[in-house]
Design a protein around this ligand. Structure first.
Ligand SMILES: *Cc1c(COP(=O)(O)O)cnc(C)c1O
Length: 361
């Protein structure tokens, strides 16, 4: 075994070891073709085949119908914060945003540059520790779309089910819980996310968009910023993030081998349950989020004081556990336990936590 440390980083984050091994083994010569995936044209047959396999795996794992286009863009999830309103926020209408935390808030801020934004829900007063009941969420009458972030990576809250928005398109940022559970894609008109949390090496944003959305677009738009150009070219309007897509393809193979979306959900329930059990076991630990919306990907927690939190981080690091610091904007501690994080690593973490409490509680 190598001396790799335990990885609890929020993103970029842990990838399956066998995916890294496969990338390493194939980097110079892909499947005996005599050339590398990252050195050849994205218009050639080698990329085309791998890309098709990647798209097909996504369709298979999430049950995505032909009514949806699937492709990858650059610019991170962050570029979508502006592309979405640019394309879909119609003059004379509003866009409904669920203000649930750092990421949804950033998306809303960018949307404000392009038109009227209605914050259907605002979690500011509760320090973004909760979410609205999905059954009560109704978009405005003149809404262009309703936007939500399925998992707030920094705040540690996650939608457990999703609102029904009727004829109003539902758009979701799933960057940090992509394929961590089965999702009824048909409920959404657009799902997107940076792949670097749960699906592969940083550099691509996965777009899953209902074809009918293209009829709702504003125009004209600069070419790269116009979804129509990407959709009509099957995501190959310009050079796609080839290496990242290859990584995603391999991660999807790994997901399929490990029970698909339901397998990921079972693992996520088990792993997050192990950490939340420790948090619930005594007053030493504080979980600052509403129990109903606890994230299964990013478990945020606090200790009685900041000095103990610092000590926790130092000792965890010495014990080989990295990435447990809360986001710089909120402080505290956070264990990101994405799909590829092994159950044994979470076990090691929880044993460490219990020992830390024995010594310092
Ligand atoms: C990390 C993250 C982003 C930002 O992703 P970039 O690819 O860095 O732009 C957006 N939304 C969520 C939910 C995230 O976790």
């Amino acid at each position: 075994m190598s001396s790799r440390k335990l990885n609890f980083f929020a993103g970029p984050s842990v990838l399956p070891l066998e995916v890294l091994d496969e990338l390493q083994a194939q980097i110079k010569d892909y499947n005996g073709n005599g050339s590398s995936m990252i050195e050849t044209s994205h218009r050639g047959p080698m990329f085309a085949e791998m890309y098709k396999q990647c798209q097909n795996s996504l369709r298979e794992i999430l049950g995505i119908s032909d009514e949806y286009d699937i492709y990858f863009l650059g610019g991170g999830a962050t570029l979508q914060f502006s592309m979405i309103p640019m394309n879909f926020l119609k003059p004379g209408t509003v866009a409904d945003y669920i203000k649930s935390g750092t990421w949804a808030n950033k998306a809303g801020k960018d949307a404000e540059l392009f038109g009227d934004v209605n914050y259907y829900y605002d979690g500011t007063d509760s320090k973004f520790s909760s979410l609205p009941d999905s059954k009560t969420v109704k978009p405005s009458k003149n809404s262009s779309y309703l936007y939500l972030c399925s998992n707030e990576t920094i705040g540690g809250i996650e939608w457990q089910d999703f609102p029904d928005t009727g004829d109003v398109p539902l758009i979701a940022d799933m960057s940090s819980d992509f394929i961590s559970r089965p999702v009824d894609v048909n409920k959404f008109d657009m799902i997107y996310g940076g792949i670097q949390k749960n699906l592969g090496p940083a550099g691509a944003t996965l777009i899953i968009m209902k074809k009918s959305m293209l009829e709702r677009q504003n125009s004209p738009l600069a070419s790269y910023l116009d979804y129509k150009n990407h959709a009509s070219n099957d995501g190959l309007f310009n050079t796609p993030p080839v290496f990242s897509i290859w990584g995603v393809k391999l991660v999807l193979d790994w997901i399929k081998k490990n029970g698909g979306a339901q397998g990921m959900a079972d693992r996520a329930n088990l792993k997050s349950g192990m950490v939340y059990d420790v948090l619930d076991s005594s007053d030493f630990w504080k979980s600052p989020v509403d129990r109903n919306y606890r994230s299964k990907m990013n478990v945020v927690f606090r200790l009685p004081n900041v000095d103990l939190e610092k000590k926790f981080l130092v000792e965890a690091s010495t014990a080989g556990m990295l990435g447990l610091k809360g986001h710089r904007s909120v402080g505290g501690l956070r264990a990101s336990i994405y799909n590829a994080c092994p159950v044994e690593d979470v076990k090691t973490l929880t044993e460490f936590m219990k020992e830390f409490e024995r010594k310092n509680g």
